[in-house]
Write a protein that binds this ligand. Structure first.
Ligand SMILES: *Cc1c(COP(=O)(O)O)cnc(C)c1O
Length: 356
């Protein structure tokens, strides 16, 4: 398949004040699009074109049955002016795993990666310069066949859009307050918990709104069966420092296999921490904090990198980690190392960085 680059006629004004960037509101000039039609032999019409709205049939299957997947990764500006992607192949491989589970067509990993790199090369001046900022990359696939029957679509649009984003923490790492849901669940065994699909998010909004109304930043989800074991937090995996070890939920199908989680586990091991992939229980969180065995907790995800937890609430019980406002030492060290690798200040010994 050829990648066609269409001319750009009407570039948008560039961001001059990077401190004004928000998350995911502003998009660059161009987008990558691939079309799929089973009747036309599969993928065809790969192109980079000006960013613009789609025309979708109101019967397009994604609008009715949510056959949709997405990814999230970032491009970073390095001190020498080059642009770095962080483990982009992992995202494309995960995109294909999601596609498989949602009965959607897989993309050719190398073609898609090269096309994303070409898009970023063309949009290079949309990668912001200040430390902590980045260009957020959002690959997406939607089912477009106009048909109301319930079956996998025969037509798809796969596209990639780019959004320059601010540093997540403007005033340094800030611990969040977490509400542990004893009623709502995110994913059950055999469901789509390990898939990056919009439906998981739609189903999570109600609990997130309830938590926000109570003054919490995020919802921590428990296992659907017993509502005892920790799964993950909002759109992040979660790690605990428990008895001096890093404890995080295993990948057993209901949580997302986070690339940040993977990277943090590698860095923690190299820093001499023992890793335990097991699900902590709610009781262990409360008893652990109260007895001093649980000293730190943090979420991991591409958007935040690392998000320290200041307190947990379950029903009418709250525990505060430390003073609830200070980021733990291990959390900070892992955050500094990972962001240091991304911004080119710490050597990349794992071939995680792909420069453009
Ligand atoms: C994307 C996502 C994560 C984090 O994955 P990263 O690859 O680290 O960004 C965690 N949980 C859920 C539910 C997600 O959608």
């Amino acid at each position: 398949m050829e990648l066609t680059v269409l001319p750009l006629t009407d570039p948008k004004p560039r961001v001059t004040d990077e401190s004004q960037l928000a998350f995911g509101r502003l998009f660059s000039d161009r987008m990558l699009i691939l079309e799929f039609d089973r009747a036309k032999g599969g993928w065809h019409e790969a192109r980079i074109q000006p960013y613009q709205p789609f025309v979708l049939d109101p019967a397009a299957m994604v609008l009715h049955y949510a056959q949709e997947i997405f990814e999230g990764l970032k491009a970073f500006r390095r001190p020498d002016g080059s642009i770095a992607l962080f483990r982009p192949k992992d995202n494309v491989v995960r995109f294909n795993r999601s596609a498989h589970r949602m009965c959607m067509p897989e993309v050719d990993v190398d073609f898609f990666l090269d096309a994303i790199k070409e898009l970023i090369r063309l949009e290079a001046d949309w990668v912001p310069n200040s430390r902590g900022t980045s260009l957020y990359i959002r690959p997406t696939m939607i089912a477009t066949e106009p048909m109301l029957g319930v079956r996998p679509s025969d037509q798809y649009l796969c596209y990639v859009i780019l959004s320059p984003v601010a540093a997540y923490y403007k005033g340094g790492l800030a611990p969040v307050k977490i509400w542990i849901s004893d009623h709502y669940v995110r994913a059950a065994n055999g469901g789509t918990g390990e898939v990056k699909t919009g439906g998981n998010y739609a189903a999570s909004l109600y609990a997130a709104r309830e938590a926000a109304e109570k003054g919490y930043d995020q919802v921590l989800w428990l296992d659907a069966k017993n509502k005892q074991q920790v799964e993950e937090v909002g759109s992040m995996n979660i790690c605990f420092i428990y008895d001096g070890k890093l404890v995080t939920s295993p990948l057993h199908g209901t949580i997302l296999d986070g690339i940040t989680r993977r990277s943090i586990l590698t860095l923690a091991k190299e820093a001499g921490l023992e890793i335990e992939e097991r699900a902590l229980s709610v009781d262990e969180i409360f008893e652990g904090v109260e007895s001093g065995r649980l000293t730190e907790a943090f979420g991991t995800g591409t958007a935040v990198v690392v998000s320290p937890v200041g307190e947990f609430t379950y029903r009418d019980r709250t525990v505060v980690l430390g003073d609830g406002k200070t980021t733990g030492e291990i959390t900070r060290k892992l955050y500094d190392t990972l962001t240091g690798i991304q911004y080119g200040e710490v050597p990349d010994n794992h071939d995680w960085i792909v420069t453009i």
